[in-house]
Design a protein around this ligand. Structure first.
Ligand code: FE2
Length: 280
């Protein structure tokens, strides 16, 4: 699964690379089944009233900020009615599970640490990679919201920049159910923002460049189930809302180099009990 010289050239030029059939349909199905089991076991009481009071906002912030070394469940913004109750079943309302599935769940661990993936990441130039973060993204039918244009290094900033996103399509992704769109070559411009812990609690964006994204120049990345898309950490990308009757499940892993600095103000942190590790 080593990248060829041409693939590396394409990746360096575009900032993304589409690898069709990287994962078998069976492996995609196994991950979906495991996610469904985790959701079935998840009891959403208490989460159903988020955002309705300041205290609940604080709890919601803490739930998010403490999720770097846990398996936690996050709802779509539109999942709740005015009274704070879920409009649909929890299965049809979730935005994602994050952010340490790959270290805490054996099925996700296996999916995230295959020899093929290790070889691929090594061929990108990582001598000692760290698996920083994992997310299972649901993008539920007719509810999954837009993810506005961003660079993943905003959220996982390292010095020097060493971030790569691995985006696995667990289902076919097209423009109707909210596939990725990316700005080819956009990774060569600088980082526009950082998302950091605020001293007063919660988290905030630090803007580094206020210029708008040229969202009319994005390339649509419609891909089939089993495709892996590599995303340079500085590549601008987005996904629109899922306006279809189909879900768009995806799994993402973010890799950094262990010899790059990871600032303590980054939103995602680990406790000493669960340090980041690589493929072994
Ligand atoms: Fe992203």
């Amino acid at each position: 699964m080593k990248l060829t010289a041409q693939q590396l050239t394409d990746y360096e030029c575009q900032g993304f690379l589409v690898l069709e059939n990287f994962v078998s349909a069976a492996a995609c199905d196994e991950l979906q089944s495991r996610a469904a089991q985790l959701v079935a076991d998840f009891e959403p009481h208490g989460a159903a009233a988020i955002f309705s009071t300041r205290e609940q906002q604080r709890k919601s912030d803490d739930y998010f900020l403490e999720s770097g070394d846990k398996i936690r469940f996050f709802f779509e913004e539109q999942a709740f009615d005015e009274a704070g109750h879920l409009r649909r079943s929890k299965e049809q309302s979730l935005n994602k599970i994050g952010h340490a599935l790959h270290d805490l769940d054996p099925v996700f661990d296996n999916f995230s640490r295959t020899p093929a993936l290790q070889e691929l990441v090594a061929s990108l130039g990582y001598a000692k990679p760290l698996l920083l973060q994992s997310m299972y993204i649901f993008k539920p039918p007719n509810l999954g919201g837009e993810v506005t244009c961003h660079q993943d290094a905003t959220f996982l900033y390292t010095e020097p920049m060493s971030l790569t996103g691995l985006w696995f399509a667990l289902e076919d992704a097209n423009r109707d159910n909210g596939c990725l769109w990316a700005l080819a070559g956009g990774h060569r411009s600088g980082l526009k923002a950082r998302f950091v812990r605020a001293s007063a609690g919660g988290a905030k964006f630090i803007k580094l460049d206020e210029s708008p994204w040229p969202v009319n120049k994005l390339t649509c990345l419609e891909v089939a189930k089993g495709t892996l898309i590599l995303l340079h950490g500085l590549l601008p990308h987005l996904s629109y809302a899922n306006t279809s009757a189909r879900s768009r499940h995806a799994y993402t892993l973010h890799i950094s180099a262990s010899d790059s600095a990871y600032p303590p103000e980054n939103w995602l942190q680990r406790s000493a009990a669960l340090p980041w590790r690589g493929f072994s």
